[in-house]
Design a protein around this ligand. Structure first.
Ligand code: NDP
Length: 276
């Protein structure tokens, strides 16, 4: 697979398929690891207000010397900021922390179905896009119903970011996204570096290619059309994950990894129950 391959979003913009995630990266570490990722070649960074590291990400971007238009930066609206006015205020604060005039993608972080604010929030998101503060807008952790409610507004999200890894492959939600032209983004793509990477099938495929389990899992995501942004604070792994773009799996290998999904594979909260 070519390096830095992009996917087309339904609003005409493009997104680099492999990016770099920074959840659980301390603010003081974020600047260094994002600088490292940019130096290696990553051009897509996935952060969020709640990660508390937007400033560090912004400093790494500012110091990189890379033209802004070559970068793709995502941040997310945190739950407490949902609602029309509060969303409009929150995006300005995120941009200020990032030191940017716009983000490439702004996401509603969780649907929070019991709060019932995601449609007001989505209305504000449309204004944010119209004002140029976000080039694309999308959602994350939306239930099927919440996604349908958003679709009923007539403004289709560009992307839907969901938990997705071999042990929890989200086939049903990926099919819904695809039917509406929404790009699926995979969070915790390595299953947080635990059971998915220890799986015997993943390890066998890795050995056959002289690759690592993480590379096999990333290559699987890329092969099935996901956007993916593995997180690491370890320089060798940041490079290793980037090099996964050189690995092409056979259709049979992709199918074997597809078959690993399990009913108890979810690691994080279920969007239907997460209303905090
Ligand atoms: P990942 O699946 O990316 O796994 C990260 C873990 O795997 C870390 O412990 C890391 O260790 C380890 N790791 C990374 N590379 C390798 C490798 N090559 N070999 C072995 N272990 C490795 O988990 P995340 O939960 O961080 O998900 C990625 C990104 O998705 C987040 O950073 C965030 O941007 C996004 N996300 C979004 C959510 C949402 O609600 N929208 C929720 C969760 C994540 P180490 O760092 O020590 O090297």
């Amino acid at each position: 697979m070519a390096r830095n391959q992009t996917l087309k979003l339904n609003d005409g913009n493009t997104i680099p398929q492999l990016g770099f995630g920074v959840w659980q990266v301390d603010a003081d570490v974020a600047e260094d690891v994002v600088a490292k990722a940019l130096q290696i070649g990553y051009r897509h960074i996935d952060t969020a207000k709640i990660y508390g590291n937007e400033e560090g990400v912004g400093r790494a971007i500012a110091n990189s010397g890379i033209p802004r238009e070559e970068l793709f930066v995502t941040t997310k609206l945190w739950n407490e900021d949902q609602g029309y006015e509060s969303t409009l205020e929150a995006v300005d604060k995120s941009l200020e922390r990032l030191g940017l005039d716009y983000v490439d993608l702004y996401l509603i972080h969780w649907s929070q179905p019991e709060k019932g604010k995601y449609l007001d929030t989505w209305k504000a998101f449309q204004e944010i896009k119209a004002s140029g503060k976000a080039r694309s807008i999308g959602v994350s952790n939306f239930t099927e119903k919440a996604l349908q409610d958003v679709l009923d507004t007539g403004v289709v999200p560009a992307a839907h970011q969901i938990e997705l890894h071999p042990y929890f492959n989200q086939r049903a939600m990926r099919e819904i996204d695809a039917r509406h032209g929404i790009v699926t983004e995979a969070w915790s793509p390595l299953g947080q570096g635990k059971a998915d990477l220890q799986d015997a099938t993943v390890q066998e495929i890795a050995r056959a290619h002289g690759a690592t389990p993480a590379q096999v899992v990333i290559a699987w995501h890329l092969a099935i059309g996901n956007v993916v942004f593995p997180k690491s604070v370890t320089p060798e792994r940041i490079q290793e994950n980037w090099d996964a773009q050189d690995l092409t799996l056979s259709q049979e290998e992709v199918a074997r990894i597809d078959a690993l999904t399990r009913d108890d594979g979810r690691i994080g909260p279920d969007p239907a129950d997460f209303n905090d």
